[in-house]
Design a protein around this ligand. Sequence first.
Ligand code: SF4
Ligand code: SF4
Length: 269
Amino acid sequence: MKIDPGKCVACGNCLPVCPMGAIYIDPASNRARINAEECVECFTCYRGMSKEHLNPTFVRAIRKAANFFRFRFDPEPDICPTDAIVPEELSWPRLVRRAFSDPQVPHESTGIHGRGTAEVKTNDVTDRVKEGEAGFVVEFGRPGIGARFRDIERVTQALAALGVEFESNNPVTSLMSDSTRGLIRPDILNEKILSAIVEIKTKLEMVPVVLKRIKELSREVGTVISIGVSTRCNGVGEEPLGEILEREGYPAYRGKTNLGLGARTVAQA
Ligand code: SF4
Ligand code: SF4
């Protein structure tokens, strides 16, 4: 994303709109600018603000005069008065920022918008996670912090070393150069995104080891990590995961139980 310095009148309206705090007023030029390193191409500034097409020279003159007489001339807070926010044509690898940060863009690898994951929400019909297995969603980043693929790779490498299985129908897995070692394509490692979800599965007995390793790594990476773990109940609705999680000091909830009323999308063995 870019701000056209010829149009911007430095009203500052777009600053609080950016979830990454990447927009600032440059005191030298008295124009808003975007820190390209921190911008995750989420398009919130472009889409989230109304646009007016006032003449920038006219607005600057009024603002200057108003300042001289010690009153302010500010546009409504949700408006860019001169339509100065301009999307750029994104090329690889920067393109990956938008794919993981703009919820309106479908992810190429899955066709799902935003982070592009279905997780285990549909496990009743996909049967991704079977009885005796645990499915993990490991979420990196959130607004205000974001995440770089370099940090994500640090964790995926460590998880691969534990022998976990990466979900193949997941955008982060699709960007791996070697999923057996948890390696992500080197050309995107420095790219920053709003958030991403890594999906893995293990045997239930591996849950404590995986949780411990992720907790250790969460103190070493430059982002925040959230984890969700789920499993498949047996025929009478029982599962041992809740007990395992509580033993490890994590709360366990029957947050959502899929009843298996959907049509199966994979053939049963
Ligand atoms: S809202 Fe528009 S005019 Fe105001 S600072 Fe941002 S880009 Fe510049
Ligand atoms: S595209 Fe998103 S991250 Fe980039 S400047 Fe706009 S709001 Fe901020």
